[in-house]
Design a protein around this ligand. Sequence first.
Ligand SMILES: [Ca+2]
Length: 465
Amino acid sequence: MNSHASFFVIILVCLLASSWHFTDASYETGSAMFLSVGYGASSVRRIIYVPDDFEKIQEAINNSTDGDIVLVRPGTYTGSIVINRRIFLIGANKSTTILDGERKSDVVTIEKDNVVLTGFTIRNGNFPARYGVHINNRVNVTVQNNIIINNFDGINLYYANSNTIRWNNLLNNHYGIFLAHSSGNVVYANNVSASEWNGIELDWSDQNVIEANTVSFSQAYGLEIPGYHTPARNNLFFHNNFFNNTLGVRVYGYINLWSKGYPAGGNFWGFSVGVDEFSGPAQNQPGSDGIIDTPYRIDANNIDQYPLVNPFNPSPPNIPKADFSFMPEKPFVGNTVTFSSLFAHSDGNAFSYFWNFGDGTRAQGANTTHVYVSPSFYPVDLYVIDNTQGFLAIESKLIKIEEPQFSNVATYMTIGIITSAIVAIVAYFTRINKRRDKLDSHKEPNLKKITHSTLHHSKKGINIY
Ligand SMILES: [Ca+2]
């Protein structure tokens, strides 16, 4: 009876251990799923985190490949950065993700086409002739949604065509935005303020569109084409707000365009440049229309036909939204937790969804699952990134993972006890059978004797009778 009891206990312990081991195996499956989703498919964008994956931004860039996203978490990162891959370099928060040149060099130099640089404070490029952002001989680069302060040039384009500079806030740079030998660029909705010299300057740069920028409080010119030796022609300037610049705007007689026509209009030149009592292309119909009735003259060759009564308010960037839910609402260790993005964007290919589960694991896709291995609070982050524009939205939630409830333990134990009982009963009967077999094997000679003697007797009998 004692041996039966100990046998039973061993079986029970083994069963409980194996049920926990099974749970361990499901964690491994979860992690393997992440690897195949996150990095297996070549069509899926890869994301590299700084400082999680690489402490320095430059290391992350050097280890990236074309098409990757390098996402930089808030912090101050010193030294100069060279972007030499076709990547999105994205700061998690433009106010708190800071690139600081420490007045020693350029802060960011872009040496590859089709780069997107967004979401940073970029400051302290060296003085003189060093830049916050330098785009040298590149095309289709986008620099957007940054705070660019205390550099020589905030953004410098040099032999750089067809780039987009938009929604940046450029403050206290010697020059805000400087274009040299650069054409076909779009400079849209930047705020260029308190420049130590010019807000925007164009040298040898034609056919750019300078739209919806606010250029104010420049200590020299809000906008300048600085001399006969630096011609810049056929640029379109419209919907810009130029005001409180010490020396105004000067373009040295090179012919440029200052209006998008009627009724779209031209630029805002301050509140005191004229009255608005008429409307129509010739401004001779009764009634106001938001356009000053008389053209604004920059010089003999440059006239804004439709100056604006009020400052122009550009449309804000279309930043994606991020929010998510998870099921079950009260997950336990070992549960498969399903995470779902709540914003299904219209084009599934237009956005990338990156998940950080707070335990060092990650996944990708609008919906995903994860299994936690130990109880704790985990910060879960969802990053939604616009695949074409590089805009980022982040949602973070704290998820509480609890030890399995008593009912779960009880279930395991019940299964264990029942199984153990069955195994014990089977083992018991097996042993009984074995014992019976042993007894039988001991009885066999007697049986044989009896049989033999019976036969002998019968033989005798046969013999007798
Ligand atoms: Ca008018």
